[in-house]
Design a protein around this ligand. Structure first.
Ligand SMILES: Nc1ncnc2c1ncn2[C@@H]1O[C@H](COP(=O)(O)OP(=O)(O)OP(=O)(O)O)[C@@H](O)[C@H]1O
Ligand SMILES: [Mg+2]
Length: 237
């Protein structure tokens, strides 16, 4: 099933074309986007997450063209797409428990007892049970990231987007993250990761997209990666 698709997506800031004519598809799979700094990777993720509006092109989420929706319907459609920010964007004044249950209770008006049961189970799965009453400032980078992932999972997503998820992690936390991402995929969630960490990308992904000068110039399955040359080779060494 195609979870996310774009057709000829473009975004310009002033005279700078940050994303140019990008067409891509994410099925029920793990896809990583790699490429040099400034090539437009984060901008593309922000467009896909409804944090920026494209100048041109279409975005389809679960088969529905979200770029054609009004803002209320868009928000509803986007509930099942969760973006894990590079800085995690946790609420510093709220405990771990409140961080992950705030939206389900206050915004989505779900039953409190049900939300509590879900929260306990998600925190347990992510090895955070002992941090339930902790505040973000007392957590490590890896723990904060897992809280952000827990919060995203509470929204019951079909697709999750990560921007540079390994940038603040040590080797052991990267291994933990790898397991978490593979586990999410196992649960049927599509994953799109932007990363500079090519070995991480190779170890989790089924497909790599290479972005340069605001466009996707390679789209390769990791099964036949040996067929490629040119710019991509330098990155994959
Ligand atoms: N809000 C903005 N206003 C103006 N220019 C922007 C804005 N956001 C991004 N850009 C520019 O768009 C280009 C692409 O930026 P983007 O952050 O998408 O790159 P990136 O591939 O994620 O880079 P990195 O690997 O360093 O994170 C850059 O030249 C950047 O300066
Ligand atoms: Mg970036």
């Amino acid at each position: 099933m195609t979870l996310l698709e774009t057709k000829n997506l473009s975004k310009t800031f002033g005279s700078l074309k940050a994303v140019s004519d990008v067409s891509l598809k994410v099925e029920d799979e793990i896809v990583s986007i790699i490429g040099p700094s400034g090539s437009g990777k984060s901008t593309l993720l922000r467009l896909l997450s409804n944090l920026e509006t494209p100048d041109e092109g279409q975005i389809y989420l679960f088969g529905q063209e979200v770029t054609a929706l009004n803002s209320k319907d868009k928000l509803t459609a986007y509930k099942q797409l969760q973006f894990i920010f590079q800085d995690f964007a946790l609420f510093d004044h709220l405990s771990v428990y409140d961080n992950i249950t705030l939206a389900p209770i206050k915004v989505f008006k779900k039953d409190k007892k049900q939300v509590m049961d879900e929260a306990l189970s998600v925190l347990k799965d992510l090895g955070l049970s002992d941090k339930i009453n902790s505040y973000p400032s007392t957590l490590s980078g890896g723990q904060k990231q897992r809280v952000a992932i827990a919060r995203a999972i509470m929204a019951n997503p079909k697709i999750m987007l990560f921007d540079e998820p390994t940038s603040a992690l040590d080797m052991e936390s990267i291994d933990d993250l790898k397991k978490i991402i593979l586990d999410l995929k196992q649960k049927g969630i599509g994953i799109l990761v932007v990363t500079h960490d090519v070995s991480f990308a190779r170890s989790i992904s089924e497909r790599l997209l290479f972005m340069e000068n605001s466009s996707i110039i390679y789209n390769v399955s990791l099964d036949n990666i040996t067929d490629h040359q040119g710019r991509l080779d330098k990155y994959l060494k």
